[in-house]
Design a protein around this ligand. Structure first.
Ligand SMILES: Nc1ncnc2c1ncn2[C@@H]1O[C@H](COP(=O)(O)OP(=O)(O)OP(=O)(O)O)[C@@H](O)[C@H]1O
Ligand SMILES: [Mg+2]
Length: 395
């Protein structure tokens, strides 16, 4: 049995340890914002390096269009010929998909200190052989009478224009994800409104405790089909949701709650088969995070659905009134950095120029004004419990 003095020493030691960890986290956070925005260009993050190194023009990679049901934009998977494995996807501009919004979403998440809720995205310019590979693929399919067919025709026409002009086609490249699944319940307003998680985000509502939340999703279309299971701490889930809803309001995201645009993932993980029937296998994704995978429908003038959701103006049960304090602190710091004479350069680091940068600056002001107004009314209720300082007795 430890003595009372021994126990006190242990408590003091663990408190010192927690404070030391906190100091490191705070220092890393502050350094991150400055280091990222004052450099000559965007500093590619570790998650971007593998996709930036891919030789899209060479023989080492081959392309394959995603299937009809896999979204309406034109996305192709990049396969490494030697291993036969998919390694990346490239999304192109079409209809409502805006490549620079995909890039901005990732960079904004990095700058605000919540990169885990967005998959790494880097800009690519398709030219030479990669353009020819994509052209062959697009010319060889048809998607019937659908929005995807409209997108195919639009990309094909743009491709012919850039080929004739000797230019390149802009795209957004992301790593191929192996361990993820959409979450319909959290990604559909009517279903989400009825969850505990939605209540945690409302000022005056219950707070997420120290428990673990289990998430499940039956997937009939996305491969592998079956029942997908994942779990994460309640505090983490609340913070991830708040971070995504805040990012959406900042980007002017118009398509988050369409049903298939909110995912859970385990970065770098693999799903394990843990049973189920032959036609309905059970997959375990392990400890997951929420993922805003599809960020193409953003940065458009007009309605900001993301901000309207934050305010609860679209569905009364869906609103975010509690936030992750670290992220909001960094947001205020970002506003300071984009308010000065150097603002165009800072926006350029984030991938935005001209009208898009102006729009993003306006969104930033709108969201911060909203947060200030909300804090004046709800006070400390605006903060979620810190997702990192959870009870360490969990398995
Ligand atoms: N990085 C990735 N790795 C593996 N699969 C992916 C990846 N990105 C997208 N997909 C697959 O493609 C689907 C569509 O992706 P996404 O939602 O980004 O495209 P979209 O066409 O813009 O969708 P929407 O129809 O909602 O506008 C995803 O649900 C997923 O199944
Ligand atoms: Mg989508």
């Amino acid at each position: 049995m430890p003595t009372r003095r021994g126990r006190l020493r242990a408590i003091r030691a663990s408190a010192t340890w927690a404070l030391a960890l906190l100091a490191v986290a705070v220092a890393a956070g502050a350094q991150g914002l400055d280091g990222l925005l004052s450099a000559d260009g965007w500093v590619p993050q570790p998650g971007e390096r593998a996709q930036l190194a891919l030789d899209l023009d060479g023989h080492a990679t081959e392309f394959r269009l995603l299937k009809h049901h896999e979204g309406t934009s034109i996305i192709f998977a990049v396969r490494d010929r030697a291993s036969g494995r998919d390694v990346a996807v490239v999304k192109t501009n079409s209809l409502s998909t805006n490549v620079s919004a995909e890039i901005y979403a990732w960079r904004l998440a990095v700058v605000l200190g919540c990169p885990e809720v967005v998959a790494p995205v880097s800009p690519v310019t398709l030219s030479g052989r990669s353009l020819a590979k994509l052209r062959d693929l697009l010319a060889g399919v048809s998607y019937g009478a659908s929005r995807k067919e409209d997108a195919r025709r639009e990309v094909l026409a743009e491709l012919d224009r850039v080929l004739a002009a000797g230019r390149g086609l802009p795209g957004a490249i992301k790593p191929w994800l192996d361990c993820f699944v959409q979450n319909r319940r959290l990604g559909t307003r009517e279903l989400f409104a009825a969850t505990d998680a939605a209540a945690w985000l409302r000022a005056g509502g219950p707070r997420p405790g120290d428990g673990i939340v289990a998430l499940s999703q039956v997937s009939a279309l996305q491969e592998p089909t079956g029942i997908h299971l994942g779990r994460l701490p309640a505090r983490r889930l609340a913070a991830d949701l708040a971070d995504i809803m805040l990012l959406d309001a900042l980007m002017g995201q118009d398509d988050r709650f369409a049903g298939g645009n909110l995912h859970v993932w385990r970065d770098g993980g693999e799903r394990r088969r843990v049973g189920g029937a032959p036609d309905m296998p059970l997959w375990d994704l392990g400890e997951v995070r929420l993922l805003a995978l599809d960020n193409g429908a953003a940065l458009r003038p007009g309605l900001n659905t993301g901000l309207r959701d934050l305010r609860g103006e679209i569905h009364p049960g869906v609103r975010a009134e509690r936030f992750d304090r670290r992220v909001v602190d960094r947001l205020r710091e970002l506003r300071r950095q984009t308010a000065g004479a150097d603002s165009a350069r800072v926006w350029e680091r984030l991938g935005l120029v001209g009208k898009r940068a102006e729009l993003a600056a306006r969104r930033l002001d709108e969201v911060l004004a909203h947060l200030d107004g909300l804090e004046a009314v709800v006070g400390e209720q605006i903060w979620l419990p810190d997702p990192e300082l959870r009870d360490r007795r969990w398995p």
